[in-house]
Design a protein around this ligand. Structure first.
Ligand code: NAP
Length: 262
């Protein structure tokens, strides 16, 4: 590793995370790659070192295991070269809620919510002290729409969006950029891993196009980047409606429609 700015990427062994690794290495950053599959991390690290000259460390970890997660948190706390965290590791769960084993639901929540918030918590104080840096959280458009029928996965991604928006409000004034990236269906292994036949999907975005678009948003310091959303006015309208709703809350008074009929 050199003294160059270093990016720690979770879920870097394949898919969106491996593509972020490729793009950040080509941009002149060093990397710390996190995932469970050590052999895949080693192969990617060797390729990126040879192709780009980047310094690449691997940190094999199962982010659902408290001990492994603590090791990644410690690296984020202690390694002052790391100025960017890409919270990307995640999984999906297919099938109706009543058929999803409780343990699988709990593992999904641990991976998609507990891990990214703990990792953000580990790095944020150091970034704030430095007055610079970035935290990127990979959400999903599924987190906007219970209608997609993936209740637990969508709930974890709604958590990621809310967390990102809240942290952005808190950390941007202190020099730390926070971005939520909301992909829609993207061609990676996530489908196969969740037991979903991707060939039955009508259309998928290619992973390189998704990450390159997310990086356009990153370079613009956009708070929420939704590469598959074609008319940004829809997002702005949703945000305006939310703020109007919040402006209409009157804490001390029950709304007329809930008052008992006189
Ligand atoms: P993917 O190809 O399945 O890659 C997932 C990555 O996460 C892999 O590197 C995997 O590596 C790692 N991972 C999985 N479980 C882990 C664990 N317990 N501990 C540590 N690492 C773990 O999926 P992807 O599509 O690139 O997904 C990346 C992110 O994008 C996820 O947060 C996902 O929810 C989000 N997303 C994807 C899509 C899509 O359509 N692809 C759409 C919206 C959002 P190992 O197996 O080596 O651990």
């Amino acid at each position: 590793m050199t003294n160059r700015s270093t990016v720690l990427i979770t879920g870097a062994s394949t898919g969106i995370g491996a593509t972020y690794a490729d793009r950040f290495a080509r941009r002149g950053h060093d990397l710390v790659l996190v995932a469970r599959d050590k052999a895949r991390l080693q192969a990617l690290a060797a390729r990126l070192r040879a192709d780009t000259g980047a310094g690449v460390d691997i940190l094999p970890a199962d982010l659902t295991q408290p001990g492994d997660l603590a090791a990644v948190e410690a690296r984020l706390r202690e390694d002052a070269r790391i100025d960017t965290l890409i919270n990307n590791a995640g999984a999906a769960l297919s099938g109706p809620f009543t058929e999803q084993p409780t343990e699988a639901v709990a593992r999904l929540v641990a991976l998609n919510t507990t891990a990214p918030v703990r990792l953000a918590s580990a790095i944020a104080p150091r970034l704030v002290q430095a007055g610079t840096g970035a935290i990127v959280n990979i959400g999903s458009v599924v987190g906007l729409a219970p209608e997609f029928g993936m209740s637990v996965y969508g709930a974890t991604k709604a958590f990621v969006l809310f967390l990102s928006q809240g942290l952005s409000l808190e950390l941007t004034p202190k020099g730390v950029y926070v971005q939520a990236v909301l992909p829609a269906g993207t061609r990676t292994e996530i489908w196969e891993r969740a037991g979903i036949d991707a060939s039955a999907m009508p259309e998928l975005m290619e992973v390189g196009a998704l990450v390159d678009a997310a990086l356009v948003g990153f370079d613009r310091r956009e708070g929420v980047t939704i590469p598959p959303l074609h008319d940004a006015a829809h997002w702005h309208a949703l945000d305006a409606a939310r703020q109007a709703l919040v402006g209409d809350l009157r804490q001390a008074q029950v709304a007329q429609r809930y008052r008992a009929a006189a």
